[in-house]
Design a protein around this ligand. Sequence first.
Ligand code: EPZ
Length: 421
Amino acid sequence: MDKFIIEGGRKLEGEVTVSGSKNAALPIISSCLLAEGKSLLHNIPDVKDVQTMIKILNSMGVKTSFRKNTLEIDPSGINRFTAPYEFVSTMRGSVCLLGPLVSKYGKAVFSMPGGCVIGSRPIDLHIKGLRKLGADINQQDGNIVSSSGRLEGSTVFLGGNFGSSVLATANIMMAATLAKGETCIESAACEPEIVDLARMLKKMGAKIYGEGSHFIRIEGVRKLKGVEYGIIPDRIEACTYVLAAFLTRGNVGIRGVVPEHVFSFLDVLGDAGISMDIKNDTVWTRSAPGWKAVDITTLPFPGFPTDLQAQTMTFLAMADGVSVITEKVFPERFIHVGELNRLGASISLDGARAIIKGVDRLSGARVMASDLRASAALVLAGLVAEGRTEVSRIYHLDRGYERFEGKLRNLGAVIERVNEK
Ligand code: EPZ
């Protein structure tokens, strides 16, 4: 297993380009299974979750070719409709294969995705939605087994106890494109990745209306065609670099930002008393001597994203004052707190709330990554901590950040990847 060794205290300077969005890539890759022919996807990040998705598709007989962030997918040879446990257990996002498999091929044997360190990862809303469209879905030996003829459009409510489900919205929207008649999704997720998926599906010939709102209407069609499509940049990666710039008191241009994807994040930074320039698709940070504590609640889009919670906690660990983060999407998503405290932070937990008392300095230590975004939070802390920080098990981070250490090194960070014996 690899680890990062980071010498803290270096100012980041220069420009960095954001890669394509991992969370747009996964459902959009799945949507290619709905097409009669080949699709060509651009701006696909070369990260482990995409590589895992490609392995699953290849195991089903789907031909792929992935070079320089362009992925070609030819579903014509598909001959298996199962997603094995060894893949699904490492990547919950593979659940978005369910919709296309059930809708286009009428069958799927899918390992129940296990829980993970950010909490239990139920898929009751996915199953409820597909059943409403007429799929016959049962649970057998830890698998979801589905068989169905052509699905029938229906009205599906996707609001759960923690808000709308992003990938359940993706699954039902994809499944509905080939269903007979009209489907209405109520309490749909509004994330930019859902809008990007809808754009891809419409280019394939789907009839979708209202994407980006809580109410999406889909009129089923008989066939969809393969297309060429470029996905949106990764808003979570972009904000991670903004935080790295401010934490190290550097001046960085982050290229490839869609401002309307990050309004809630910019709003929080404004409340913390810092500002930055946004010109076209680039955010220019200006080093700030300090920032104020702020209270944050994570919510479905357009609220503050749960995927930025850990990284922002590192930022608030160095704020002037006491901040409170309330996690409303994944109430247990605080595994990074213990490791941040090892680096000198002063954070305590009270149920789904983290109380962060700002400190003047962090000091390097050996810490362990445990989840994709928690790993990024630890790297950010290592960039600003005095001395040397070692972050182990960074395979978690490789799932969703393309060339992370290379991009940081280009900005002046002292960070290297070594193989941990
Ligand atoms: C997507 O996961 C993202 N993953 C997650 O990003 C992100 O944290 C999450 O949306 C919320 O924004 C991908 O897009 C690949 P949900 P998803 O279904 O769709 C509950 C990252 O770090 N729920 O929107 O699986 C669930 O437990 C990852 O990039 C049900 O109760 O998340 C959670 O509390 C981590 N029943 C809430 O809804 C269901 O059937 C939101 O989950 C489904 C979800």
